[in-house]
Ligand binder design. Structure first.
Ligand code: MEV
Length: 433
């Protein structure tokens, strides 16, 4: 077993790599060249990436794909998607094209409120705490002026602070529950700085004015933002759903709606259903330098808001009109963070025509809805494996380092044969005999 290391972070990049090679690798040369081959030859660019995180040894690539032909509120977008899973970008593109001639996607931002909380323990009387809070509330806001000045000038800032009594759920537990408008910034730094300042002012004033003991536990934004909501929708007459893959639109619409209804009432299905939505959402969130973990956490909490985990998308068929939509919480930024640092994020933002945070919320929600439409359409018609395995074929061929000629032959062969991992391996072996 290797010994623990102290001071790893203080080592240079090469020293870190050497230590790792010495400690964990048998094929040291191979591992060293692998790590080094992924370095960028542009030193400045490499340094930029090195400094995004700590203990960087190399870069980890994800493909950046593009799904064109998205009509969103009658404006045409090519959507950047960073994702490793085959079929996702193809499915998004297909859904975009399908809806392009059927009215396109409609999207609207419903609300943009962000949330942060100061969690504290207080052992005194609640009425006293309440009147203390009301007295010092203006002071809490005043004390953050240096932090909020710029945001306020642009029309954002702190919207409100509430005192919340949570002592029925946990002994002596209370919160300052604050709401914010952070405009085009995701706002995590802004919110956390405000909260820490609230906590400092609150604590010191409590010492002066309150009889009971008050202790701050922590101050942190919430990634659950049920009032930072966007809605995406598609609709058209059922008969207009007719296409090459949908010969019977009425039957298709009924079956599609049934699949959505199943995901609405059955959590096992809802999780996979929503995972498909997140295929689209995460890919755009990542391509635009936003925090996909924050988005994931918030979206899944929203999917459980009724107390039961359920589908994020919904469908109706009324008076011959098929309607399919989703409302989700998305806290996104188009300024600050990685957005002005990562060159490919800047590229993605330009591709999206320099969106505001609200524009980006619409694009991301549409990508999620499109992904779900494509997945449920496949699942309720051909099944997903047909398309999936065709894409998967490429991955297997690359894994076996197939040459271009071999690829052409095998793609041809699998046009009429079923793709499975073993059938591809057998076919490669056959042509290499
Ligand atoms: C695969 O990544 C996503 C799907 O499983 C989503 C779904 O089942 O709806 C195809």
């Amino acid at each position: 077993m290797p010994n623990p290391i102290t001071g790893f972070s203080k080592l240079t990049k090469s020293q870190k790599i050497e230590w790792l090679l010495e400690t964990y690798f048998t094929e040291k040369e191979t591992a060293r060249s692998l790590v080094q081959n992924y370095w960028n030859t542009d030193q400045k660019l490499q340094k930029l990436h090195d400094e995004f995180i700590e203990n960087t040894i190399t870069n980890y690539y994800l493909p950046l794909g593009v799904a064109p032909n998205f009509s969103i509120n009658e404006k045409l977008y090519a959507i950047p998607m960073a994702i490793e899973e085959s079929s996702v970008v193809a499915a998004a593109s297909k859904a975009a094209k399908f809806w392009l001639n059927r009215g396109g996607f409609k999207a609207e931002v419903i609300s943009t409120e962000k949330i942060g909380q100061v969690h504290f323990i207080y052992d005194g009387n609640f009425e006293e705490l309440k009147s203390f809070f009301e007295t010092i509330k203006p002071q809490l806001i005043r004390a953050t002026e240096a932090i909020t000045k710029n945001m306020q000038r642009r029309g954002g800032g702190i919207s409100d602070i509430e005192l919340r009594d949570k002592s029925n759920d946990l002994n002596n537990y209370y919160q300052l529950h604050a709401t914010f408008e952070t405009l085009d910034a995701m706002g995590a730094n802004f919110i956390n700085s405000c909260l820490e300042q609230f906590a400092t002012t609150f604590k010191s004033e409590a010492k002066r004015l309150l009889k009971g003991e008050l202790d701050i536990v922590m101050s942190i934004l919430s990634n659950y933002v049920p009032n930072c909501l966007v809605r995406a929708e598609v609709s058209c007459p059922v008969l207009d759903l007719k296409s090459k893959d949908i010969p019977n639109p009425e039957l298709f619409a009924q079956k599609f709606k049934q699949a959505i209804n199943i995901a609405e009432i059955e959590s096992y299905r809802a999780v996979t259903h929503n995972k498909g939505i997140m295929n689209g959402i995460d890919a755009v969130v990542l391509a635009t330098g936003n925090d996909f973990r924050a988005v994931e956490a918030g979206v899944h909490a929203y999917a459980s808001k009724s107390g039961k985990y359920s589908s994020l998308t919904h469908c109706t068929i009324d008076d011959g009109i098929f309607k399919f939509w989703m409302e989700i919480p998305l806290a996104l930024g188009t300024v600050g963070g990685l957005t002005s640092l990562h060159p490919l994020v800047k590229f993605s933002m330009e591709l999206l025509q320099k969106p505001s945070a609200k524009d980006l919320m619409k694009v991301v929600a549409v990508a999620g809805l499109a992904q779900n439409f494509a997945a449920v359409k496949s699942l309720t018609t051909t099944g997903i494996q047909e398309g999936h395995m065709k894409m998967h074929l490429m991955n297997i061929l690359n894994q076996f380092e197939a040459t271009e000629t071999e690829k052409q032959k095998l793609i041809q062969h699998f046009k009429t044969n079923v793709v499975t991992h073993s059938s591809v391996v057998e076919a490669i072996e056959e042509i290499r005999k």
